[in-house]
Design a protein around this ligand. Sequence first.
Ligand code: FMN
Length: 239
Amino acid sequence: MKDILDLMQERHSARVPYDPNRPVTKQQLEQIVEAASWAPTAHNMQNFEIVVVDDPAILQAIGAIKTKISAVFLRENFQQLSFSKEELRRKKTGVIASMFPPSWRTPNVNFDTVAAVAEPVPLSVSLQDSPCLLLVLYDTRKRAPASEGDVLGFISLGCVMENMWLMAQSLGIGLQILSVFSSDPVEREMRRILDFPSYLKVAYGCRLGYPAATHDYVRVRRRSDEFVHWNGHGNKDLG
Ligand SMILES: Cc1cc2nc3c(=O)[nH]c(=O)nc-3n(C[C@H](O)[C@H](O)[C@H](O)COP(=O)(O)O)c2cc1C
């Protein structure tokens, strides 16, 4: 029991640069996608496809795609920021403000203006020379029965994510999820570069590699007694 919990606790968002000279091997990639194949999915619909990109020329083409930050992201992101490690430890949810550029974390700033004047940024900034990218595609044709808005399908994609992440962690490989790949403009460009059909939508990207640096990263979680209710909401008494 301890081993699996250790692995879950060790799994983390490796936002550091990866060693461009230490590729993730084909065998390791196969282990990671094998882990994906065993993820639970609603009605066993297996509603995903995975594009593995390790060709430097294709990674370079993807890195050249430019993205622009939205005011909605900036506003909602700001609400979740902690401005010190102490604040983050106290709140136990959200992320540390220093992860983001100063203009994204300035109080009382007009985020519509910040977004309007923001320069488009190439994806290479997010990819940070990663030797490998996995693009998880959501197959819109494989909806579980009566899954309103395909919520069950989205939950399933999260299970795929966690299986791959735990496998990568167990292999000592760093992984960072990049949601930016599912934004409409990036998805359009990815579809052009990787040539996938319109019934496949981008769920998320994962950059993978051997971390070339460590980072001072405070990880916080709520304690289970803060979110667990026994035999009825609000009842914190173990009995
Ligand atoms: C659906 C989903 C989308 C995420 N998108 C991003 C992302 O775009 N960039 C990023 O750095 N982390 C992303 N993350 C990682 C979370 O921010 C991270 O898991 C959370 O802050 C907890 O940190 P930990 O992974 O180190 O435990 C995403 C995670 C999930 C589950």
